[in-house]
Design a protein around this ligand. Structure first.
Ligand SMILES: Cc1cc2nc3c(=O)[nH]c(=O)nc-3n(C[C@H](O)[C@H](O)[C@H](O)COP(=O)(O)OP(=O)(O)OC[C@H]3O[C@@H](n4cnc5c(N)ncnc54)[C@H](O)[C@@H]3O)c2cc1C
Length: 263
């Protein structure tokens, strides 16, 4: 069996530096440099370890702006064999429903696969919805929050899912899993890997490239069912600290709590 894993990687802005466009309710992605979503490094590692154990290949798939190519090169440096970037202004403005639909359409075009691996969530959108939604679009089973991949046998996958309590789950393949950070430690690419990745080909697909697999009315802003009415940056509150000393500190504390209406 040639095991084919598709790993979904998102190119995210450096969350420490990024600004929000309060007018449009969107992230101003030009305000910060981008990188591979940190949770997706675990997804890449799981996919590459399965290849090393079972043979086969790993394809990385990303929907994002042209700059997202750098995240796919990072994935190649870490052992991915093929990389596909979905980029087109018609994909822009997508909510999780339109994003997952577009990714699922591209997976259909990629063709035969055994497993799709996603991160548990992203550091920017942080919904954790895309993985399970992709599985629904493809009509395959999924297991979320996988913290351990046990084995693959007889076209089945055995994993442990951490939903607060841990569950041992067996699914028929093809399936989709989303993985937590506990699942493994991502490897560091060597300089040789980075140089090889720099020379590797990234396949770039626009909406036309998905023709026959996609309904254009279901992608981008047009295909999105979520409306952002307003985005608010919460104001920062600083705690006031008071240290009470002396023999009357208890009565002072009682008085202070009374003043705040807490007792
Ligand atoms: C009205 C609206 C408009 C929006 N417009 C834009 C926009 O113009 N541009 C924009 O970038 N975002 C836009 N967003 C945000 C966009 O919907 C989310 O970034 C996207 O759906 C992914 O959701 P998430 O970050 O919560 O991913 P999660 O569900 O938290 O991600 C889980 C996993 O799914 C996979 N994954 C998620 N997204 C991708 C991806 N793009 N490619 C490959 N794998 C992925 C990864 O493995 C990831 O770890 C918009 C959102 C809304 C509601």
């Amino acid at each position: 069996m040639s095991f084919h894993t598709i790993v979904l990687v998102k190119h995210v802005p450096d969350i420490e530096k990024v600004r929000f466009d309060v007018e449009t309710g969107r992230i101003d992605r030009s305000s910060a440099p981008g990188e591979i979503n940190p949770f997706d490094l675990n997804a890449v590692e799981v996919a590459v370890r399965l290849k090393e154990k079972l043979g086969g290949m790993v394809t990385a798939l990303c929907m994002g702006p042209p700059q997202a190519e750098s995240s796919l090169r990072d994935a190649i440096a870490r052992g991915v064999d093929r990389a596909v970037l979905l980029t087109d202004s018609r994909f822009a403005g997508a909510d999780t429903l339109a994003t997952s639909y577009t990714l699922a359409s591209a997976i259909r075009k990629i063709g035969r696969f055994n497993l799709v691996v996603c991160g548990e969530k992203t550091v920017d959108g942080d919904t954790g919805q895309v993985g399970p939604e992709v599985a629904e679009h493809l009509g395959i089973p999924h297991v979320a929050y996988v913290c351990e991949v046990r084995e693959v046998y007889d076209n089945r996958l055995v994993v442990v899912s951490d939903m607060g309590d841990k569950f041992l789950v067996e699914v028929m393949l093809p399936a989709l899993i989303t993985v937590t950070r506990d699942v493994c430690s991502p490897r560091l690419p060597t300089l040789r890997d980075i140089l090889r990745a720099r020379r590797s080909r990234i396949e770039v697909w626009d909406a036309d490239a998905l023709s026959g697999f996609i309904d254009i009315s279901r992608i981008g802003l047009k295909g999105s069912r979520t409306n952002v009415f307003r985005i608010v940056i919460p104001s920062e509150y600083h705690r006031r600290g008071v240290i009470l000393r002396g023999s009357d500190s208890v009565s002072k504390l009682v008085e202070a709590l009374r003043m705040e209406g807490l007792i």
